[in-house]
Design a protein. Structure first.
Length: 565
């Protein structure tokens, strides 16, 4: 897949990266004049010099990497310096800070010197002072503290949380919740900021919000993946029957997706969908909404589902969605997490025992423990928020590619259980921060999209499958298939005898709107119309049901189908 962003935005990133590179190269190459080093509160009157990559250059200290045995001491002695080895190929050179530039230039001119770099002060990984941070094993697993050395997020990065609604006045969330809207009816109803937008009193949305963006380093409770983030709370709980809340309707979810994509302030950065249901195909309405979101630069993330092995869930399995499964405290995929070819990543989701669950914010105003892919997905949404805080111009394809390539796969490669591996916050941020070239993401396996189209007649009556005034069942079935299914849009197909009404009637239950029912004359080769329609409507390797098998339709039909794959 290619980038969805306009070329001028990609060009802006490249130009910015080139400018940063040139400025860095000029700074490194130019010898510092006497007295140019920053001075201040450090002993001896010299403070560490801040550098572009987050580390601090220690005054008068250089790391010299060698390709050969070089006498560095005699080179730096005239500058009042000394050299000591710290490994076979790297030496630490100390010179008076005011002479560092001259010494660096002299060292660069020596044969056998591969690199001369500042000796940088790397601060301890940033750990917040939240009271229960020690219990948040999820951040340790993904090395989130290293990512926080780069950024703790930005409220300019907006994550649309399509869920049951958030308690906006929770002490851990109030600063990050920017907007609250109720879309459970399918139409946006703005709420005052800071209200409890969970009209069904479920609590799920507040729990998900805490995983993404509970305030960090505030001395209480927990820390989200992004300490600073702009949460757009879009409540989609549906009152299916009076007095009960049975879930979120597709209409509410799609309305929320549309609202997030065409938000009055511009498209959001990330949509988190910790909602879904088991389904063997993606409704076209979802496909369209997801395509529109991605075209506008929105990254769509969804929970893979808690239905266990070999189950697909919508919207997670739909094309263009980053589907997230779960891992427990030991890094294993728990039995509840869905496993299928459409799982892209796994993230901390919690295990069976209380201590192995995830700690997050509660609708009561305190904290609670949870588990499920509903909480693995927002973990990835939080990581993406950090990535976009570093580089706001990352396209959805680039985000997906970085997540795939930075994931920890345990040496297994891609599997249905863990996708490309466990999200690794530190690696993902490192990749983005260094502005590495990002290749396209891996191709996604095919997931069928249900395409049910109107059969409304065009101008004038049309008789499907008519030929010389008579109905041709083979031609008629092929034309109906073309009217209902787009290219490779069917899940499977059914082939029945053209002369046996009972077979055709039984086979219609197999079609059920997800596959065409086609007819073939018994005892003959596969009809050219059937062959053409199967190639058009089915993806490669799809299943074809032959009613009656070889006895019903003949060996020739079965052999032809096998030959087609």
């Amino acid at each position: 897949m290619t980038s969805m962003f306009p070329h001028h935005r990609v060009l802006a990133v490249r130009c910015a990266a080139l400018l940063a590179f040139l400025l860095t190269a000029m700074t490194a190459a130019a010898p510092a004049a006497a007295g140019q080093e920053a001075s201040g509160g450090a002993p001896g009157g010299h403070a560490p010099v801040a550098t572009h990559d987050g580390g601090d250059a220690l005054p008068g200290r250089l790391l010299v990497t060698l390709d050969a045995d070089v006498a560095l001491g005699s080179t730096v002695a005239p500058f009042g310096g000394s050299a000591e080895p710290i490994s076979d190929s790297v030496h630490l050179v100390r010179v008076p800070p005011a002479r560092r530039g001259e010494a660096e230039l002299a060292l660069r001119r020596l044969p056998g010197v591969r690199a001369v770099e500042p000796d940088r002060l790397r601060p301890w990984a940033r750990v917040p002072d939240d009271a229960q941070f020690a219990e948040q094993w999820s951040h340790t697993m993904t090395l989130a503290p290293r990512a926080w050395d780069t950024t703790v997020g930005s409220r300019d990065v907006r994550v649309a949380l399509i869920d049951s609604g958030v308690r906006g006045n929770h002490a851990e969330l109030a600063g990050n919740v920017l907007e609250q809207v109720d879309l459970s009816s399918g139409a946006p109803v703005p709420r005052a900021r800071g209200v409890d937008n969970d009209t069904c009193e479920i609590g799920h949305g507040t729990q998900v919000a805490g995983i993404i963006g509970a305030a960090g380093d505030n001395g209480m409770g927990v820390a989200g993946v992004a300490w600073e983030v702009g949460i757009i709370d879009l409540a989609v709980s549906a009152l299916a029957t009076p007095g009960s809340c049975d879930g979120a309707s597709d209409s509410a979810i799609l309305a929320a997706l549309h609202y997030a994509t065409y938000h009055p302030s511009g498209p959001v950065d990330v949509v988190n969908l910790s909602v879904g249901g088991r389904q063997a195909f993606c409704p076209e309405a979802y496909e369209r909404a997801i395509d529109e979101a991605r075209r506008e630069g929105v990254v769509v993330i969804a929970a893979a589902g808690n239905s266990g092995p070999e189950t697909a869930q919508v919207p997670a399995s739909c094309p263009g969605v980053i589907a997230v499964g779960a891992v427990d405290v030991d890094g294993r995929v728990p039995s509840y997490s869905a496993t299928n070819p459409w799982v892209d990543l796994v993230a901390p989701g919690g295990g069976d025992s209380t201590s192995h669950m995830l700690l997050t914010t509660s609708r009561r105003g305190d904290w609670t423990r949870v588990r499920g892919t509903s909480f693995a997905a927002p973990y990835v949404s939080g990581v993406v928020a950090l990535m976009r805080a570093v580089n706001p111009l990352l396209s959805p394809d680039e985000v997906e590619s970085v997540l795939e390539r930075s994931a920890h796969d345990g040496g297994l490669g891609r599997t249905d259980a863990q996708g490309w591996g466990r999200v690794h916050a530190a690696r993902a941020l490192s990749w983005v921060r260094r502005d590495l070239s990002i290749p396209p993401p891996e191709a996604e396996p095919y997931f069928p999209v249900l395409r049910v189209h109107s059969l409304a007649p065009g101008p004038g009556p049309e008789r499907l499958g008519s030929h010389d005034g008579a109905t041709d069942p083979v031609l008629q079935a092929a034309q109906v298939s073309r009217a209902v299914f787009r290219e490779a849009g069917a899940v499977h197909a059914v082939v029945a005898r053209a002369d046996d009404f009972a077979d055709a009637l039984a086979g219609s239950a197999l079609g059920m709107g997800v596959g065409p029912l086609l007819f073939n004359a018994p005892g003959q080769e596969l009809s050219p119309q059937v062959r053409k329609e199967l190639r058009r409507a089915l993806p490669a390797g799809a299943r074809v049901y032959v009613l009656g098998g070889e006895r019903g339709l003949g060996r020739g039909v079965a052999d032809d189908l096998r030959g087609m794959g």
